[in-house]
Write a protein that binds this ligand. Structure first.
Ligand SMILES: Cc1cc2nc3c(=O)[nH]c(=O)nc-3n(C[C@H](O)[C@H](O)[C@H](O)COP(=O)(O)OP(=O)(O)OC[C@H]3O[C@@H](n4cnc5c(N)ncnc54)[C@H](O)[C@@H]3O)c2cc1C
Length: 369
């Protein structure tokens, strides 16, 4: 019998959630990561991640999000930490732009609570926001934020409490399918396991075992600005927001959190120049078109990394080499909100070989041929 039922490579957003689900099912789980818990070199840091259900990326994500919300609430209750914070969300753009159109389509398809607001309505409700007259807003009351660092720590605690062995000083260096299981080699030795979950974030390309996935790693910069008056930028006055500009730039931000007095904003995608080439001044100047009272007093920034697929959908499912090797990667800058539910799906696949969650959009083999 192998020493472990499953090894989880990477203990960031996905590895921590998956390890927690696996250990709770009683599987002998070994989690490995060369970096400390909730570190800042990967993709799961920066105080906030937007959580939303009127999903412009596609209505097929909505059932996963319904379950993700249940799991976030459960984790919030259990950990006692303020993980999921419902601030509401407003998605701004011309009616034809992807974020507005796609969010509306998802909301209508699934009967999600929402309202379409004119630019004047947006300003009347959220005084810090003053979009141009031709911009519309899709308001979603159940959107909000999760704190990624606290969420990773809560999932790791949950995994350890359920018996997982977690090591933060050991890297997976290779793996090979071995009979019914997997032999995993690491910076310290090797282990036989019944299954392997690969969740190494931006380092995935080094661990694909010859599989050619078209993953592109891109740097992003999260910025914080201190407005002259923070009052209109506090939760309750300002929701999370996404602004899809007609020039192919989309930006997002969150209300001021945790008493810091500063406000987060960042570039998600841009066709004008690479998103990480936008200076803080350029971000502030552009944002003055919708958040005129934000000002340009930049307080800090934090770099972070997207692992993009060509269609911006995730890669979650079996490696072609074996159903015992599962991939969780390519989260394309929008994966954090799904960590609990896709962690659950990955645990289903390890334990039962199947899951009730629809993972068809994330098929690792969709790029083949
Ligand atoms: C700036 C920014 C903003 C974002 N905003 C949002 C948002 O608003 N909403 C949203 O839902 N998502 C958002 N995302 C996306 C989301 O944060 C990511 O999809 C998610 O954090 C990815 O988690 P991960 O587990 O794949 O990667 P990570 O959390 O980076 O974890 C990977 C782990 O693997 C470990 N590792 C690396 N190599 C090895 C090895 N050889 N062996 C073992 N372990 C290894 C690393 O040390 C790391 O701990 C954003 C991302 C960024 C960068």
């Amino acid at each position: 019998m192998p020493a472990y039922d499953v090894v989880v490579a990477g203990l960031g957003g996905y590895g921590s959630a998956t390890a927690a689900h696996l250990a709770r099912r009683g599987l002998r789980t070994l989690g490995l990561d060369p970096r400390p818990p909730a570190h800042t070199e990967g993709a799961s840091h920066g105080e906030t991640r937007i959580v939303r259900q009127a999903y412009f990326e596609g209505p097929t994500y909505v059932p996963l999000l319904t379950r993700a919300y249940e799991l976030w609430d459960e984790l919030t209750d259990e950990s006692g930490a303020p993980l999921l914070h419902r601030t509401g969300g407003i998605y701004l753009g011309l009616p034809r732009t992807r974020v507005f159109r796609g969010s509306l389509a998802s909301a209508e398809t699934w009967g999600l609570e929402h309202e379409v607001l004119s630019s004047d309505d947006v300003h009347a409700r959220f005084p810090a926001l003053r979009p141009p007259a031709d911009v519309m807003g899709l308001w979603e009351p159940h959107a909000g934020t999760v704190r990624p660092e606290s969420a990773v720590l809560a999932q790791l605690r949950r995994a350890a409490a359920a018996g997982a062995e977690l090591r933060h000083d050991e890297a997976v260096t290779g793996w090979a399918v071995d009979g019914d299981g997997v032999r995993v080699t690491t910076s310290r030795g090797s282990y036989d396991a019944g299954a392997l979950v690969l969740a190494p974030g931006r380092w995935t390309v080094e661990m694909l075992g010859g599989l050619d996935l078209p993953l592109v790693v891109e740097r992003r910069v999260q910025h914080w600005f201190a407005p002259p008056s923070v009052a209109p930028f506090l939760p309750g006055r300002l929701p999370v927001w996404i602004w899809d500009r007609a020039d192919g730039t989309s930006m997002y931000g969150a209300p001021s959190q945790g008493g810091t007095g500063d406000v987060k904003a960042a570039v998600h995608f841009s066709t004008l120049r690479p998103p990480d080439a936008w200076s803080a001044d350029e971000v502030a100047t552009t944002l003055a078109e919708v958040l005129p009272e934000l000002g340009s007093r930049h307080t800090r920034s934090a770099e972070c990394w997207y692992t993009l697929t060509p269609d911006e959908h995730f890669v979650v499912g079996a490696h072609p080499a074996s159903a015992r090797v599962l991939l969780a990667c390519g989260f394309s800058g929008h994966g954090f909100k799904f960590t609990p539910v896709l962690g659950e799906a990955l645990a289903d696949l390890v334990a039962d070989g199947t899951t009730r969650h629809d993972l068809a959009t994330f098929d690792p083999m969709r790029f083949a041929g």
